[in-house]
Design a protein around this ligand. Structure first.
Ligand SMILES: [Zn+2]
Length: 379
C-alpha cells in the first residue's frame, strides 16, 4: 500500500477552506450576514455526519450553531469559535483584500478568528477521512456576537460548558507557537453625573457642572490603574453638555476594567458601584459590573496545556503559553466554571481588528495537527 493514499493535513487545502469563510463577510451587527456564514458552516458539519442544532438569534444578533458528534459517551469536548468579525461589509474589497504576501495571508477576520474556526472543522474532517473517531463526544459551538461580548450566547456557552470535560477555544494563536491559558476579567461600567443647568454668563453661580464633576471622577477612576497588580481602568467614552454657554446638567462616561483574579474583580466592582460625588449638589450613579470573569491557569488547565505540549512535540516543536493577557474571550466563561480551557488554538498571525489583519500560512499545518490530535486523544 502506498502511503500517498493516507489523508494528510494539506495546508493549501486548509487555506482554501478558510478563504471560502472569509469571502462571506459577517460583521456582528449584521445578523443576515452572520447567518449566511452560519448556513455555510452548518452545511459543512452536516456533511460530516454531525447532528445540528440551530438556535435563532435574539435581540438582532445572528443564530447560535451547535454541531455534535453522534458518537462518544459521557462528558466530552466543547470547541468554541465565533463566526462574527469586527469588519464592516465591503472591507474585503477595500483595505483587506484577500491576498498572500510571502507567509502572510490577509483578509477580514482571518486571524480573529475564521482561520481558527475552520481549523477546528478541518481537524475533525481529517479524523473522519482517516476513519478515526474522537474518544470523547465533541460539541462544536459557533457564536454570532462574541465581538460585542456574547450578550445573547453567554448563557448557552455556560450551559454547554457545564456538560463537558474540556473546552478548546479557537481564538487567534499568539506569536511563535503560543496559546492562551489565562485571561484577565473584563468589567464595564457607565457613570452618569447629574448637576444643575444654568446660564454660563448671567447665572453662573446657580449652576452645578456635571462635566466638572465628571472630570474629577475621571481622575479618581483612572487613578485606579495599577500595573503592578495587573488592574487597568480606561474611561473610553464621554458625553455631556448641551451648549457652550450652558452649565452642563448631565454627563455620562463608559469605563472598561481589566482584572487578573476574582478577588480583585469583586473589590473593583464594589468600588465602582459605591462611588460618591466629589463636589457639592451633584448626583453620581454607576451601573454595570463584570462582563467576563477572570480566567486563571489552574491545575486542570495546566494539565490540559501539558497534553497539548506533548502533541506539539510529535512535530518536533515546542508549544508555549503567553503571560496573562488583557483581552477577554468566551474562554473566560468556561474557565470560570472550572472547566479546563485551552484558548488561542487558532492560526498564528497578527493585526486582529486592524486593516493589516493576517495569518501566517506556516502555522496552519501545526495548528491543525494540534487540534486534530487533541480531539482524537483527549479522554
Ligand atoms: Zn475573537
Amino acid at each position: 500500500m502506498s502511503s500517498t493514499n493516507e489523508p494528510v493535513i494539506d495546508p493549501k487545502e486548509v487555506l482554501e477552506g478558510i478563504v471560502e469563510w472569509i469571502e462571506i463577510e459577517s460583521p456582528s451587527h449584521d445578523a443576515v450576514a452572520v447567518n449566511r456564514m452560519v448556513d455555510k458552516v452548518e452545511g459543512q458539519f452536516r456533511d460530516l455526519g454531525l447532528s445540528i442544532e440551530r438556535t435563532p438569534g435574539r435581540d438582532g444578533w445572528g443564530d447560535v450553531l451547535t454541531a455534535r458528534t453522534p458518537w462518544g459517551e459521557g462528558k466530552g469536548v466543547l470547541v468554541l469559535a465565533h463566526l462574527d468579525t469586527v469588519h464592516p461589509i465591503g472591507t474585503i474589497e477595500r483595505e483587506l483584500k484577500v491576498r498572500q504576501e510571502g507567509d502572510a495571508v490577509f483578509g477580514p477576520g482571518i486571524y480573529d478568528m475564521k482561520a481558527g474556526g475552520y481549523i477546528a472543522y478541518y481537524a475533525l474532517r481529517h479524523l473522519v477521512r482517516q476513519g478515526k473517531k474522537t474518544r470523547l463526544p465533541v460539541t462544536f459551538m459557533f457564536i454570532p456576537e462574541e465581538e460585542v461580548g456574547s450578550p445573547t450566547s453567554r448563557a448557552m456557552i455556560e450551559n454547554a460548558a457545564r456538560g463537558h470535560k474540556y473546552c478548546l477555544v479557537m481564538e487567534p494563536g499568539r506569536d511563535g507557537d503560543r496559546v492562551v491559558t489565562s485571561r484577565k476579567g473584563v468589567g464595564r461600567f457607565v457613570m452618569t453625573v447629574t448637576g444643575r443647568a444654568s446660564h454660563a454668563g448671567a447665572k453662573h453661580e446657580d449652576g452645578r457642572s456635571a462635566i466638572l464633576e465628571m472630570a474629577r471622577q475621571i481622575l479618581r477612576i483612572e487613578g485606579r490603574t495599577d500595573y503592578e497588580r495587573g488592574i487597568t481602568v480606561n474611561v473610553g467614552l464621554i458625553q455631556g453638555g448641551t451648549g457652550v454657554n450652558v452649565i452642563p446638567a448631565a454627563c455620562t462616561a463608559e469605563i472598561d476594567l481589566r482584572v487578573p483574579d476574582p478577588a480583585m474583580a469583586e473589590e473593583m466592582e464594589h468600588w465602582f458601584l459605591n462611588l460618591e460625588p466629589i463636589g457639592a449638589d451633584v448626583e453620581v450613579k454607576v451601573e454595570g459590573g463584570m462582563n467576563r470573569p477572570p480566567y486563571r491557569k489552574d491545575a486542570g488547565i495546566s494539565a490540559l496545556f501539558e497534553k497539548a505540549q506533548a502533541i506539539y512535540r510529535e512535530l518536533g516543536m515546542e508549544l508555549k503559553d503567553v503571560p496573562l493577557t488583557g483581552g477577554g474571550s468566551d474562554g473566560n466563561f468556561t474557565a470560570a466554571l472550572g472547566i479546563p480551557t485551552l484558548d488561542g488554538l487558532g492560526a498564528d498571525g497578527k493585526g486582529a481588528h486592524a486593516a493589516y489583519e493576517q495569518i501566517y500560512y506556516s502555522s496552519l499545518k501545526p495548528r491543525t495537527y494540534l487540534c486534530a490530535r487533541l480531539l482524537e486523544t483527549l479522554e
